[in-house]
Design a protein around this ligand. Structure first.
Ligand code: SIN
Ligand code: FE2
Length: 224
């Protein structure tokens, strides 16, 4: 909806991305960059396909013995993995025994541009976790704390079906903000907010015109 007149303005103010502020602050050093990834998609999606051809999505098991509803892959020097013995970053994909696919240049550039837009200079991610959610899949509240240092922010890109992102405090029991995320949105959190709990509510049924029946999330981090 691009044309506005006085009678439709109020009605569409909540749904037209052009009526939303581009940067929404959700914490002292955290924000959502609305639609930031959209202009990158034509370069991002072919690169994603190539990564997934080399390192297909797979469901991993947590140390507690639960199979995650989200399927995972990774690219970059370090890939995040979990199995019965714990969480860790590895250089090789345990499924293929090969190094994780290198991070495509366009992934790195997007992550760096988003970090800069959010106020974090010289972000150098060495890991990109790729999460695939089908309807019903969710991610429980957790902290990203397997990285060697917390100096670098987290840059988290949403594609496909909408999600309700939970952005909490520094203890699990603290009440979370609910942040709706749409195709192309990027969340960045770092600095004093780096260790905030976060998660994703179960994805609702739906078909995304470009991505189909799924939500894909890229989580960029500096692991080492
Ligand atoms: C994550 O915390 O690894 C994923 C967050 C998301 O899917 O938005
Ligand atoms: Fe996370």
């Amino acid at each position: 909806m691009t044309s506005m007149n006085p009678t439709t303005f109020d009605l569409f103010a909540d749904t037209d991305p052009e009526q939303q502020p581009r940067i929404e602050r959700i914490g002292e050093q955290s924000c959502v960059l609305r639609g930031f990834a959209l202009p990158w998609l034509d370069r991002l999606l072919p690169a994603l396909e190539a990564v997934l051809a080399a390192a297909p999505f797979r469901q991993m098991v947590t140390p507690g013995g639960f199979t995650m509803s989200v399927a995972l892959s990774s690219c970059g020097t370090w890939g995040w993995t979990t199995d019965r013995s714990g969480y860790r970053y590895t250089r090789n994909d345990p499924q293929t025994g090969q190094p994780w696919p290198p991070m495509p240049e366009v992934f790195f550039q997007l992550a760096q541009a988003a970090a800069l837009e959010a106020g974090f200079r010289a972000f150098e991610p060495d890991s990109c976790l790729i999460n695939r959610y089908i309807p019903g899949a969710k991610m429980s509240l957790h902290q990203d704390k397997d990285e060697k240092s917390y100096a670098a922010p987290i840059v988290s890109v949403s594609l496909g079906l909408p999600a309700m992102f939970l952005f909490g405090g520094f203890v699990r029991s603290e009440k979370s903000q609910r942040v709706p995320l749409l195709h192309g949105d990027i969340v960045v959190w770092g600095g004093v907010d780096r260790l905030r709990y976060h998660g994703v509510l179960p994805i609702k049924d739906g078909q995304h015109p470009r991505m189909g029946e799924q939500r894909i999330n890229f989580t960029f981090r500096t692991a080492r």
